[in-house]
Design a protein around this ligand. Structure first.
Ligand code: ARG
Length: 458
């Protein structure tokens, strides 16, 4: 028997039951649904809408049901459509007619909005915790590499020497913003929709503030129509996770490049790489590739829900049932990606000599050579031209700026002296860049200090 069967003269088709049902995926909301019902029923009794004994009986029934579900003793029924009606029907079958009072002054529309908010609120905290672990791993790795010199790139061409710590801490900053976006999501989520009813509240004297307090919401949804039709908090979550995934994907791309023989800046731990079924020599960065690949589905979830929401008239429409699989999928994906990505980064072997070698080639000190001339009195544009000529000379003679003799330097411009070699050493280049936010050992150490403070205060 459907809980809404009264108005219907005939059974729904099984195709309808199957198509309409969300129990296959929303059953994961069972705990939120029960906790929400307990708060609602407590308030109904406090307001004298139902009797105290009735409330106690319903609450005990709900707690027992929760335990039974957790023990795996309960099976849900597709004919009962969703988690809300499954739980209500199960409760009626377990404690009898008193359970029929539970839904007084409530609609599934505000109920589902409540359950999803409770779920998202909890998951956001967990994702933030996983994210902090990754951020902390970056700090630890960077701490060991404030003097490890590597080439920095633009256009994937070697540009200027930096430290590995500096490169890693760029990702720290991205992840810090992701953390803050999740914080924002937490607050947009943390508002109580219950009491909105189907769309226009109810004539029962509900105490929404009391329910909000019991469920630890920081506010209540101020408009009942918005309360049941708002899924912005889901979109905030999906956007936060898309951006986080984009960052992990960029990092993955670099890990894939760095672990290639061409770069050989890092070696992935055997525990976090895989082999080939045909080529015996292969060690593949599958984890990084999968993280990069899964970015697509997380973006897809965002676009999917944005599209679902765009044409909906107020207030609730069944289209909104489509929100759940999208947010569950993004949450599940990040819940898997974050720990394995952290472990991969934590265990990868760094090859500082190869990084240094790469920074020594490709004229990453050319800017510093030009700056040397500027310090000797040349205009920067003229200095740029002079060094450009020297680089061309090196390219045609297959050599580097460090290896050129002073005679060659002076033949191109008489102002060069033997201090040019010190001026263009990679260590000088890196440590000369001690501007706040720069790659020098000192600047990165200062950044690390702030970063550690972020971790300990969050
Ligand atoms: N399963 C529904 C959902 O996920 C619950 C709300 C249904 N409300 C309704 N009036 N049909 O959105």
């Amino acid at each position: 028997m459907k809980l809404w069967g009264g108005r219907f003269a005939k059974e729904t088709d099984t195709l309808t039951d199957h198509f309409n049902s969300s129990i296959s995926f929303d059953q994961r909301l069972y705990k939120q649904d029960i906790i929400g019902s307990i708060a609602h029923v407590t308030m109904l009794a406090k307001q004298g809408i139902i009797k105290e004994e009735e409330a106690l009986c319903i609450k005990k029934g709900l707690m027992d049901l929760l335990e039974a579900i957790e023990k795996g003793e309960v099976s849900f029924n597709e004919k009962m459509e969703d988690i809300h009606m499954n739980i209500e029907a199960l409760l009626i079958s377990r404690i009898g007619d008193v359970a029929k009072k539970m839904h007084t002054g409530r609609s599934r529309n505000d109920q589902v909005a409540l359950d999803v908010r409770l779920y998202v609120r909890e998951e956001v905290k967990e994702l933030q915790r996983l994210l902090l672990t990754l951020m902390n791993t970056l700090i630890e790795l960077a701490t060991d590499h404030t003097e490890t010199i590597m080439p920095g790139y633009t256009h994937l061409q070697r540009a200027q020497p930096i430290t590995f710590a500096h490169h890693l801490m760029a990702y720290f900053e991205m992840l810090k913003r992701d953390y803050k976006r999740l914080e924002f999501t937490y607050h947009t989520t943390n508002s109580l929709p219950l009491g909105s009813g189907a769309l226009a509240t109810t004539t029962y004297p509900l105490d929404r503030d009391f329910v909000a307090e019991q469920l630890a919401f920081e506010s209540i949804c101020e408009n009942s129509i918005d309360g049941v039709s708002d899924r912005d908090f889901c979109l905030d979550l999906l956007y936060s996770l898309s951006t986080l995934m984009m960052h992990l994907s960029r990092f993955s791309e670099e890990i894939i490049l760095w672990s290639s023989h061409e770069f050989h800046f890092i070696e992935l731990d055997d525990a976090y790489s895989t082999g080939s079924s045909i080529m015996p020599q292969k060690k593949n960065p599958d984890i990084a590739e999968l993280v990069r690949g899964k970015c697509g589905r997380v973006y897809g979830n965002l676009l999917s829900l944005l599209t679902t929401m765009k044409g909906l008239p107020l207030a609730y429409n069944k289209d909104m049932q489509e929100d759940k699989e999208r947010i569950f999928d993004s949450i599940d994906t990040l819940t898997m990606c974050l720990p394995i990505f952290t472990a991969m980064v934590k265990t990868m072997k760094i090859c500082p000599q190869n990084m240094y070698k790469a920074a020594s080639g490709g004229f990453t000190n050319a800017t510093d050579a030009a700056d040397y001339l500027v310090k000797k009195g040349l205009a920067f544009r003229d200095a740029h031209e002079v060094i450009g000529k020297l680089v061309l000379h090196c390219v045609t003679h297959d050599t580097s700026l460090e290896e050129l003799s002073l005679d060659i330097y002076q033949s191109i411009h008489p102002i060069f002296e033997k201090d040019i070699y010190e001026a263009i050493s990679l260590t000088t280049c890196v440590n000369g860049r001690s501007v706040k936010g720069g790659p020098s050992t000192a600047a990165v150490k200062a950044h690390l200090q702030k970063a550690r403070l972020f971790i300990t205060t969050h």
